[in-house]
Write a protein that binds this ligand. Structure first.
Ligand code: DGJ
Length: 712
């Protein structure tokens, strides 16, 4: 998979090659990332243009594609790292010093990263150094036999005899040749997470896909794609870059006047800074680069499989997820034990398997102004305690789970009164509150220890089989540069300690909805609450765009009440479930108020969700019609054996039945005959794929049609 011959280092994945060469002056140059090339002496030069006007005399790097460019010397574009030495700029030009191939995937100290489970991966660690400047970089590249990805991370080492101060350390750098390209990225906000945006990259443009909100953020996901101008779901060359990181991130794109594009991905340099004593080193998070010549669909199916098999560590990753009911939108803070048990009892009758008690079960938490941080059960609401409540829920035949928000504290709490100094703050200013809460300073070991100890106590108190880990505000008042990275490391330590102490608990990530939906959290939590906006029409867009970079099994998707609590929209119960089926399925409404036909419909929905959940966990997702482009949204999940297919198609606004399109299915077995388990109709694979199926929507807004095809 990896070879080093003369001056060339080649990594080969399933259908891709990543090739670097050492230039005549010892610089590590990028030669190729894309469709597979044979190992040989390459015949074309690793440069973007024959000559660079007004570049530094002699040896210029301004028109050379580089693997880890230094700033301020022979290359006049943004560098992959920068630093100062006392009051001076750090001027360096890293040169190749050696490369070592290792079996297995690279590990990244203190941070989540891909793993190989002992097979199919190789890593090359390449050392670059500038001894004069006293700086060294070790670049780790991992390639997997079965995947079209390269995972990169970087360690910067101070090899001088005085301290240096790092101002930026990107994890990866990718340079692409001249072509008409576009960037696809995923900005958003609370309840509008990961909206799909696409725009042309033009010469001279600089685009920074970045976030400064402390967590990976509602406002910008750490995932972007650079694609051929006309690429779509199945056609065109597409590159993607995802950062396995949950703090402030940046994917920094610079389009050079010569037409080449440099993309740097890593920790956001804004607000970053790190002192390195002589001999000290700094490790970056891991950046995953993927290539597909089958459009965006090729990227998402690759990342979906990669994350399930090589990133998520939870025992639940490949397991069918229990259908849950969460009491948040049913009761908010206004509940007691009897109400919860009544919900659980009725939910059980509906075929639901797990009852989740959301916010409000601890301390004096009767609203969102108090109690956060006090992880002891509120006996007024729950007289039987967690143990007793879990027993009562279990006695109804349901699993029991609960909500926590371990990183936070309300100023009105016992914890804050005891340890006011434990919150993130600068000594000269009152810290900003958001949702009446402050953030615990988890860079401090005693704070981490408190959290780990108190949550361990909670999780040992009763038979708790599920945890929703929330985080409800941006991080402000960070006291010094680099703080956000230390916070993120602290978070990973806590998440690692708790998930490994309770490996059988199903953990779901959450951050005011989908404010920390990133590959870093997926390492610990196999599913993440996608958005607080569970309106089915809004979810079409949110789930559609999220599926571009993440597996369906990672997306928490619930059926909630209509009118929807976030946007007031009314949608049919059928639509709400049909849209939620393509995720970790559940309910979040007051089921005790649902009777008659509605209740019977839920019973049928849960039975159906159980039938397709294995497919959702293991299948490949195809997006067939985009809600960002027209009045329809269609997606499809196909089992790895192609013997089972789920299709959901929604016609967003109703109109006459006169012009329904045929929708061609993808990825199915064209020679097979399939039967739809819902209608009993039989279809030929070649017709579904070459001619398409014709959905017959009801004549109402947000009408959906679903198919569940099984091979005869
Ligand atoms: C934000 C989450 O996204 C909601 O689902 C709910 O758990 C609330 N927090 C509780 O405070």
């Amino acid at each position: 998979m990896i070879s080093i011959k003369n001056n060339t280092i080649s990594l080969h994945g399933r259908d891709i090659s990543y090739i670097m060469t050492v230039g005549e002056h010892g610089d590590l140059l990028h030669f190729h990332f894309g469709k597979r090339l044979a190992d040989r002496e390459y015949s074309v030069p690793a440069k973007w243009s024959a000559w660079s006007p007004y570049a530094p005399e002699g040896h210029t790097l301004d028109n050379m594609p580089q693997e880890y460019p230094s700033y301020g010397y022979a290359d006049l574009r943004p560098g992959a790292f920068s630093y100062t030495k006392g009051s001076m700029n750090g001027i360096a030009q890293l040169k190749f010093r050696g490369a070592e191939i290792k079996k297995g995937a690279a590990s990244v100290p203190g941070m989540p990263c891909l793993h190989d489970g002992g097979a199919g991966a190789e890593t090359v660690c390449i050392t670059l150094a500038d001894e004069e400047a006293g700086i060294e970089a070790v670049l780790a590249y991992t390639v997997f036999e079965e995947y079209n990805i390269i995972a990169r991370s970087t360690v910067i080492r101070n090899i001088s005899d005085s301290a240096v101060y790092l101002k930026s350390v990107y994890s990866s750098c990718l340079e692409l040749a001249q072509k008409d390209r576009e960037i696809i990225y995923f900005p958003g906000s609370w309840a509008r997470e990961r909206q799909l945006e696409r725009c042309a990259l033009k010469k001279g443009m600089r685009v920074n896909i970045a976030n400064e909100r402390g967590g990976s953020g509602h406002n910008m996901n750490p995932f972007a794609m650079i694609a051929d101008k006309n690429s779509d779901e199945s056609r065109g060359e597409v590159y993607s870059m995802s950062l396995i990181y949950s703090g402030n991130h940046s994917t920094n794109v610079m389009c050079a006047p010569n037409g080449s594009v440099r993309i740097l991905q890593g920790i956001n340099p804004d607000g970053f800074g790190w002192e390195l004593e002589p001999g000290g080193e700094f490790a970056s998070p891991q950046s995953v680069m993927c290539f597909s010549d089958n459009g965006f669909g090729g990227i998402s199916r690759e990342l979906g499989r990669l994350y399930r098999n090589k990133l998520c560590t939870s025992r639940w990753t490949h397991r069918e997820r229990p259908i849950l009911i969460n009491n948040w939108e049913a009761t908010y803070f206004d509940f007691d034990e009897e109400k919860l048990v009544t919900i659980a009892k009725k939910a059980k009758e509906a075929g639901i398997e797990l009852f989740v008690m959301d916010d409000g079960w601890f301390g004096a938490r009767n609203d969102d102004t108090k109690g956060l941080g006090d992880w002891t059960v509120n006996r007024q609401k729950l007289p039987s305690g967690l143990k007793g409540l879990a027993e009562r829920i279990n006695a109804e035949g349901m699993k029991f789970g609960l909500w926590i928000e371990p990183e936070m504290v309300n100023p009105d709490s016992e914890l804050y009164r005891e340890h006011p100094d434990w919150v993130i703050h600068v000594p000269y200013k009152t810290p900003a509150q958001s949702r009446q809460q402050l953030i615990l300073d988890i860079t401090r070991s005693e704070v981490r220890d408190y959290i780990i100890k108190s949550i361990k106590t909670v999780l040992s108190e009763g038979n708790i089989e599920y945890v929703k880990w929330d985080m409800n505000r941006p991080i402000t008042d960070m006291p010094y540069p680099g703080y956000n990275h230390r916070y993120t490391l602290g978070l990973y330590e806590i998440a690692g300690a708790l998930t490994s102490a309770f490996p059988d608990i199903l953990f779901e990530g959450c951050a005011g909805g989908g404010g920390r939906f990133d590959p870093g959290m997926l390492y610990y939590f196999p599913q993440i609450w996608t958005s607080d906006n569970s309106d089915a029409a809004a979810r079409l867009m949110i789930q559609y765009a999220t599926s571009m970079g993440y597996p369906a099994s990672a997306m928490g998707a619930h059926v909630t009440a209509s009118p929807n609590h976030q946007n007031g929209r009314m949608t049919p119960l059928k639509t709400r479930a049909d849209v939620a089926f393509a995720g970790a399925f559940g309910y979040e409404l007051d089921i005790t108020k649902m009777d008659g036909d509605e209740f019977e419909e839920i019973v049928k929905q849960t039975a159906f969700a159980k039938e397709i959940r294995k497919l959702v966990v293991e299948g490949d997702l195809y997006r067939l019609q985009s809600p960002f482009e027209g009045n329809h949204c269609t997606w499809e999940i196909v089992s790895p054996e192609k013997d089972e297919v789920f299709v959901m198609s929604c016609k967003i606004m109703t109109d006459t039945l006169c012009s329904e399109p045929f929708i061609r299915l993808e990825g199915i077995d064209e020679s097979a005959v399939y039967t739809d388990t819902l209608s009993g109709k039989t279809y030929y694979g070649d017709e579904l794929s070459r001619r398409g199926f014709m959905p017959e929507y009801d004549m109402k807004d947000f009408a959906t049609v679903i198919l569940h095809l099984k091979k005869n």
